[in-house]
Design a binder for this molecule. Structure first.
Ligand code: PHE
Ligand code: ZN
Length: 881
């Protein structure tokens, strides 16, 4: 484990290295305890660099066995080796030389899951961001691009399959039961994209013919016996390959494309060139074991990693400050792919819900950072919702500002100009400036300035002068180390909606640039006057969520109800109803704190019924509309002094009011939605299941709801319905005989399927109430759980601490005590996973004072632990500041 050195890396300190490594030849002799790695590197001094400049290579916990230059062992005086660095002080005067480094590593004991490790007896690697230096000494930075040739040797019985990046070159038997394979990747790449896999795996094959007629062999490798679970992933891969050709002109460039699923993985998946490595959770699926959400995630992540081939691999990042260059852009691309494969409106609503649930709290709390950060202590902690999700929103805004065609022209220029390079955000912005002739410098603040901008909007209508006025004011709240903010360029899509639901025409507009339904906010305050408007329209703001901002709008409740029923923009229509729900929940929260009963307007509960039964709307859309804001959403909108128990009660009260008011309608609709057709994971079928399952959730609150949920559970023919019913039973009817039986039945059927047991852990970890901390403690000793496996840890501990408001924030602080103990225990094996878990307390300052004090104690207890890893110390210290 790397303990913290306190070193801070700064963007302004970037300079290219004195040396380059144009060619890398690696030989691996694999064994669990002692793998030999021989690196033969062609090293080149950059022009103008003095011959006396030392060559300083990165390492991390390495054992050096041999170092030679141009065939001669180095003299002890000519180099210095520590586990974390190899410095060659005497470098040949020739501009190019050959450096040979032999190291030994122990994959079997590597629980960090970085570098070379073993997962269920399969050798695999993870090198992003700085894992390659755990394999050999190298210039382990993304601006050093090298052409790799890799030879893997292993015992054939232990590892019949030997994979690396690029194309296969040769393979044959060796003596004593060993064999080898050689792979060559012709595309220069940074070390973080290196990958190796060796083991005994099952294979699913297919092929794809690219737009220029080249045939690509596709392979997905899974645990033997699980081949039949890889079909959906393979289908998603082929659809992704076609889509990237059609939408962006991006064609695949190697003869093979392989995906390997492993069960121990720190993240979702990794885009290594030609050899993507996946968390098996995002590959394996069938109707028995995967929910519709799992299918959608698989499709999105397969696409995401594949799309990195151009946005990330062919064009990579100059340094890790530029992480959003590949991640924000690739998320944008996978969002567009899913929108095209499914329903665009539904996809957009889901994206915005995710952004608000994960990125907004980050941006509004102590861990806030710009989409392109300027400093970091531990890069692993910057794979964040801000870099990924807000990064994607920024690319979307560029498209909104430029329009589809010019955006596409800019992307073409990007691929043309920067192919084969390690680029920066400045390069990215420049291609769009050049393609459009526009100045995007103010817009670029979206990359440089942290915090969620707020727009305050009010409107007036003057029937006499037929003028409609919008007053819009922007502000960006202060964030850590950025107290003063500059004014941003915010593209605000809008609509003026007339009483008939049609757009209201206006003759002219002044006070801001308005183009294609977008108001360009650039100043602190704009007074936007629309003339020729006879009747007062309802304003629909931030249509399609054109900018990732919060809105403070003075709007009549009548207008909100009107828009929730009539806005022609599906996103904004959903938003209007969601705002109505949020306002009602906040009011109920205050009533509960004041000791009063919560009452809800009948027009709200009626509208819920109307949306549920509106056959002109897609079922998936209706399901999303009926899903109440989560407890965390409500807490975020309240902002401070949060009592999670009162939030919970307000949400339960509203759910009951909606269910009671729509009992007959919901129950008829529920019966009517039964699906007798054969299972299909497509979006329309999934949408019907989603609607039926949310109706079940409401109906479960009414008399006989428990029996209904139990029936739903026992008659389910797919995991989506089964998991939904189990959640309803476990959460709403906790401790009932039906809940206990369903949990036991589920466990009995799926005990041997860890990915399904993750759902069982998650469902129990998210049961509301103070008793859950004890359940979770007990489950840490269950055979389905393991502290060493990130999926298990995230399912049980991660779910409890970040998705169980009443359980985790239990008033006596026991949830936090459990959290401290567990984070420190996970850290001993896997600092990266521990650091991510620790972010669960990032919003501690918005709690009521009692809980706040206890949360702070828990954070201090972590901060004061000895030998903290760089990963965990960085998170905890920033959270406490
Ligand atoms: N680059 C991966 C992705 O977004 C994420 C990742 C980062 C995976 C670091 C592993 C380690 O696609
Ligand atoms: Zn990515």
């Amino acid at each position: 484990m790397r303990t913290d050195t306190g070193q801070v890396f700064k963007l302004e300190d970037y300079r290219p290295n004195d040396y380059l490594i144009p060619e890398t030849n690696l030989t691996f002799r694999l064994s669990p305890q002692a793998t030999r790695v021989i690196a033969v590197l062609t090293v080149e001094r950059r022009g103008g660099v003095s011959a006396s400049a030392p060559l300083v290579l990165d390492g991390d916990g390495l054992t050096l066995l041999r170092v030679e230059i141009d065939g001669r062992p180095l003299e002890p005086a000519d180099y210095m080796a520590t586990p974390d660095q190899l410095t060659i002080t005497t470098v040949p005067a020739t501009p190019r030389f050959q450096l040979v480094i032999e190291t030994e590593v122990a994959p079997a004991g590597n629980e960090t899951l970085m570098g070379l490790y073993r997962s269920s007896n399969v050798y695999c690697t993870q090198c992003e961001a700085e894992g390659f230096r755990r394999i050999t000494y190298f210039l382990d930075r993304p601006d050093v691009l090298s052409v790799y040739t890799v030879r893997i040797e292993a015992r054939r019985d232990e590892a019949p399959l030997l994979l690396s990046n690029g194309n296969p070159v040769e393979s044959a038997d060796l003596t004593d039961g060993w064999h080898y394979a050689v792979w060559h990747d012709p595309f220069p790449k940074p070390s973080y994209l290196f990958a190796l896999v060796a083991g005994d795996l099952g294979k699913v094959t297919d092929s794809f013919v690219t737009m220029s007629g080249r045939k690509v062999e596709l392979g997905i490798y899974v645990e033997p016996g699980k081949e039949m679970l890889a079909g959906y992933a393979m289908d998603a891969l082929k659809r992704s390959m076609r889509w990237d050709e059609e939408a962006f002109g991006c064609e695949y460039d190697l003869g093979v494309f392989n995906i390997v699923a492993v069960s121990d993985f720190n993240m979702g998946a990794m885009e290594n060139k030609g050899l993507n490595i996946f968390n098996d959770k995002y590959v394996l699926a069938d109707q028995e074991t995967a929910t519709d959400a799992d299918f959608a995630n698989i499709e999105a992540i397969i696409a995401h990693e594949y799309f990195h081939n151009w946005t990330g691999n062919r064009i990579t990042c100059r340094d890790w400050f530029q992480l959003c260059l590949k991640e924000g852009l690739t998320v944008f691309r996978d969002h567009e792919f899913s929108a095209d494969q499914r329903s665009r409106a539904v996809k957009r609503i889901a994206e915005v819900r995710t952004l608000r649930a994960h990125q907004f709290p980050e941006d509004q709390g102590p861990l806030a950072h710009p989409v392109r950060p300027r400093r970091y202590r531990e890069i692993n902690n910057f794979y964040t919702a801000t870099v990924y999700e807000k990064g994607s929103e920024v690319v979307r805004m560029i498209r909104t500002i430029l329009g589809d065609e010019t955006f596409r022209a800019g992307m073409n220029l990007y691929f043309e100009r920067h192919d084969g390079q390690a680029a920066t955000i400045e390069d990215f912005i420049k291609v769009f400036e050049d393609a459009s002739g526009r100045d995007l410098q103010q817009f670029a603040l979206w990359y440089h300035q942290a915090g969620t901008p707020n727009l305050t909007v009010s409107s007036t209508h003057n029937p006499g002068s037929r003028e409609f006025t919008l007053e819009i004011e922007q502000s960006v709240p202060p964030t850590p180390s950025e107290s003063r903010k500059r004014l941003m360029h915010i593209p605000l899509a809008f609509g003026l909606v007339g009483a008939d639901g049609e757009p209201v025409a206006y003759s002219s507009v002044e006070g801001a640039t308005v183009e294609n339904g977008v108001i360009h906010i650039r100043k602190r305050r704009h007074v936007v006057r629309f003339s020729g408007v006879a009747e007062r329209p309802a304003v629909s703001l931030n249509r399609g969520f054109s900018a990732p901002v919060t809105l403070s709008v003075e709007q009549k409740a009548d207008d909100q109800f009107f828009l929730a029923g009539h806005d022609s923009d599906a996103f904004s229509r959903w938003q209007a109803f969601n705002t109505i729900l949020t306002d009602a929940l906040i009011a109920a929260f205050r009533q509960i704190l004041g000791g009063k009963p919560s009452v809800f307007a009948s027009r709200l509960t009626d509208l819920a019924g109307k949306i549920a039964g509106d056959e002109t709307l897609e079922p998936a859309y209706r399901a999303l509309a009926l899903a109440l804001p989560s407890e965390a959403d409500i807490a975020r909108d309240i902002g401070k002094n949060i009592d999670p128990d009162a939030v919970f009660r307000s949400r339960e009260a509203l759910a009951l009011a909606i269910a009671t008011a729509n009992k007959k309608l919901f129950s008829d609709l529920y019966d009517h939605l039964v699906d007798d057709d054969a299972f299909s994971p497509d979006a329309a079928s999934a949408g019907r299941r989603a609607l039926r399952n949310i109706l079940l959730d409401y109906l479960s609150l009414l008399p006989a709801g428990r029996e209904l949920a139990a029936d739903h559970f026992h008659s389910a023919t797919n995991m989506t319905d089964r998991a939904a019913a189990l959640t309803v039973l476990a959460h709403r009817h906790h401790g009932s005989p039906e809940a206990i039986k369903a949990l036991a039945d589920f466990e009995a059927v799926y005990a041997d399927d860890p990915l399904v047991m993750d759902k069982w852990l998650q469902i129990q970890a998210s049961v509301p109430g103070p008793q859950t901390v004890d359940t979770v403690r007990a489950l840490t000793r269950h055979s389905a759980f393991s502290m060493a496996n990130p999926n298990r840890v995230r399912s049980l501990i991660g779910t409890f601490s970040s998705a169980n408001q009443t359980g985790f924030h239990r008033a006596d602080g026991d949830g936090y005590r459990f959290f401290t103990e567990t984070v420190l225990e996970v850290e001993k094996r896997n600092p990266q996973v521990a650091a991510r878990l620790a972010t669960a307390l990032r919003s501690w300052r918005s709690l009521e004072p009692g809980r706040q004090a206890k949360a702070r104690e828990a954070l201090l207890a972590i901060a004061n632990a000895e030998n903290l890893s760089a990963d965990l110390r960085d998170i905890v210290e920033r959270t406490l500041v």
